[in-house]
Write a protein that binds this ligand. Sequence first.
Ligand code: HEM
Length: 538
Amino acid sequence: SPTGRPWNDGAAATGGPTARTQGGAHLTTAQGARLRDTDHSLKAGSRGPTLLQDHHLREKITHFDHERIPERVVHARGAAAHGVFESYGTAGGLTRARFLAEKGSTEVFVRFSTVLGSRGSADAVRDTRGFAVKFYTDEGTFDLVGNNIPVFFVQDGIKFPDVIHAAKPHPDREIPQAQSAHDTFWDFVSLHTEAQHHTIWNMSDRGIPRSYRMMEGFGVHTFRLVAPDGGTVLVKFHWKPQLGVHSLVWEEAQLANGFDPDMHRRDLADAIESGAHPQWELGLQVFPDTEEQTFEGIDLLDPTKLVPEELAPVQPVGRLSLTANPTNYFAETEQVAFHPGHLVPGIEVTDDPLLQARLFSYLDTQISRLGGPNFSQIPVNRPHAPVNDMLRDGMHQTAVHEGVAPYRPNSLDGGCPFTAGAEDGALLDFPQAVPAAERTRANPRSFEDHFSQATLFYRSLSAVERAHVAQAYAFELGKCCERTIKERQLGNLARIDGELAAEVAEALGMDAPAPASPPEDPAELSPALSQVGGEWPL
Ligand code: HEM
């Protein structure tokens, strides 16, 4: 193969894996020998002991014994689909990533997920949803690994294991959303006030989507786009569902989880099968790439902050349609491996400390989840661009590499140039200046504002939506055993909105917390927020 990887024939992962599965008219062993009987083991007499020599029995049982792989450490429950991304060609002045810059279509694979439940958990739970998109571009694979909520619980990836430990089922009984699990989650959230903004989105109707087809998606972090002329902008990615944003109310969700715990995956598969192809528009919020990396006073490197759309409208750049269901859940939905570091020339990461940790975590976890370093050879993970790397051998290697010199330069295999420049479509590191600074674990001062955007979000809601938020806090906190945790969280709610805190306290049969000291005024820490009207852009 000219690509050096015989398996990488450029075949589309879209539409299903291309690796050989079953063939021939007869049932065979894994070695292809035809079988006469697969229902009875070989015994010494019809009532005698089973014989060790029955290879078919042992092969069948052994393979079954190893059928499961570890579920994802987070986002274990998911549903996915194949589709196509049609670029409008409107981002040409912003990025040299061809799949965005030029008009045209790119095949995609999209996986939606809940974050905390195990593989067999119910769909209509109160949780954040994953919205991960793999673009198989002809310049390499680009993964946009986002969520349906535009901000995150923690500002630094070093705290990701902590927030997940607090939110996953309690270690003693492993009962999700049981009394004790509520204690650990609210203990964490009340002590780590940076989590208040994400949490209030979870407590709102956004926490229980009606359908995957009716969710927004957000890249959350700020990314950097590099234009053909070398100019740069900072951007946030947004997916807007064609069907609008819709949610379940709590009672509907309880019924749905009882009647049909597979509600969301069934809804997605049925819609696609019936030809009602779900669609989203991809849009960009665009900010100047300044030295401060702030926009209107909002720190673009802080993943607990969003930029209201009144201040930076979302500019449409293309449309995603989901057109085909996976043919095999395990091969595709389970084995797909997304990574925020799968970038193409023209799209780069920023110094957001949450994003920086993610760049390490995904490959690391996939090496153990998918059994070694060669999972990019699994059909759904194969790039559609030609691959010519110097990675060799390892567990589950299925390629038969040619040549003898997997190093550059070499004088044996003819060597291929790897010094391509921007004009040849190569990945280049934008030469961003790194500030001269002392090594520190300290956060910037701007990361200390934990409440202003939670307040902004709450006050943008309608009366009915606010009532749902208060009910959700009252229900969830009502499941905490520790009074001190409830009191601490009520104190935090008072810093978001005094009436919300009083309402939740009353429902819990507790005293309303003392009115909060600043920042009641959202303008105080992020001045530009005072310009934003009452309506939250949906
Ligand atoms: C999985 C989103 C933060 C570690 C996922 C998935 C999504 C996602 C959508 C599911 C991928 C799939 O469907 O296969 C996000 C977002 C984050 C975030 C939007 C913050 C803005 C983090 C952080 C870490 C992390 C900070 C660790 C430092 C993981 C791991 C998986 C995962 C280990 C499992 C991956 C796999 O086994 O394939 N994340 N995540 N995430 N995430 Fe994140």
